[in-house]
Design a protein around this ligand. Structure first.
Ligand code: URA
Length: 218
């Protein structure tokens, strides 16, 4: 695969044809490339497509997607302004009880190095909203979502806003209020970032300005 001056369309073709990990041998599997405004200022990164996304070919169109849409309304973010993708581009299948599996470290590492790094380079967002621990782990390895959700973190000049994954509220309803509050604060965080105001960014979470948006290959 040659990575020259590629575009999101090329990346999309590669993702749709991908055979880089064992998920490519799953029956009925349909890779789900990122979706949205290629010039977006804000990129949202989730964990992996679910069964509904696997059918439709678009990220966040199932139950998590509905929750996310509601949260984005709270944050006053129109979907036309954003680009949405996942760490893993394929549905990781269900276990024997019908519960969706998480992608393995190896599957995520493969997808990150071949696709997510490139996607970030091409879209080049000012702000990345990392939805859940897998997305956070890809961008800020070592940080815990319970410690840094709803905060603004400067990663080499890109703002990272970690958020609990909206699906977390399905399994832990007590998180719903926290998630709502965090999303409600996004406009203030975005404004601060755009205004160049870094005063409240917790110093322990500010990384040196010359660091690239390096991604954890797991
Ligand atoms: N759907 C997605 O596309 N990503 C998730 O992380 C969850 C559901």
């Amino acid at each position: 695969m040659g990575y020259g001056n590629n575009t999101l369309d090329e990346l999309r073709t590669w993702i749709l044809d991908c055979t880089k990990c064992d998920l490519s041998s799953l029956k009925n599997r349909r890779p789900v490339p990122g979706w949205g405004n290629p010039n977006a200022n804000i990129m949202l990164i989730g964990e992996a497509p679910g069964a509904v996304e696997n059918k439709s070919g678009k990220p966040f169109v199932g139950r998590s997607g509905q929750l996310l849409t509601n949260m984005l309304r709270l944050a006053d973010i129109q979907s036309a302004r954003i680009y949405t993708t996942n760490v893993a581009k394929c549905w990781p299948d269900s276990d024997k009880n019908g519960k969706q599996k998480s992608p393995t470290k190896k599957q995520m590492a493969t997808c990150i190095s071949h696709y997510l790094v490139k996607e970030l380079e091409i879209v080049n967002p000012s702000i990345v909203i990392a939805l859940g621990s897998k997305a956070l782990g890809a961008i800020l390895p070592g940080e815990k979502i319970s410690d840094c959700h709803g905060r603004l973190i400067d990663k080499g000049g890109t703002a990272i806003i970690p958020m609990y994954h909206p699906a977390a509220a399905i399994h832990q309803p007590r998180l719903m209020n926290v998630i709502r509050e965090d999303f409600t604060r996004i406009p203030e965080l975005v404004k601060r970032w755009m205004d160049g105001d870094r005063i409240d960014v917790p110093s322990e979470l500010v990384s040196p300005g010359n660091e690239n948006l390096a991604i954890n290959p797991y």
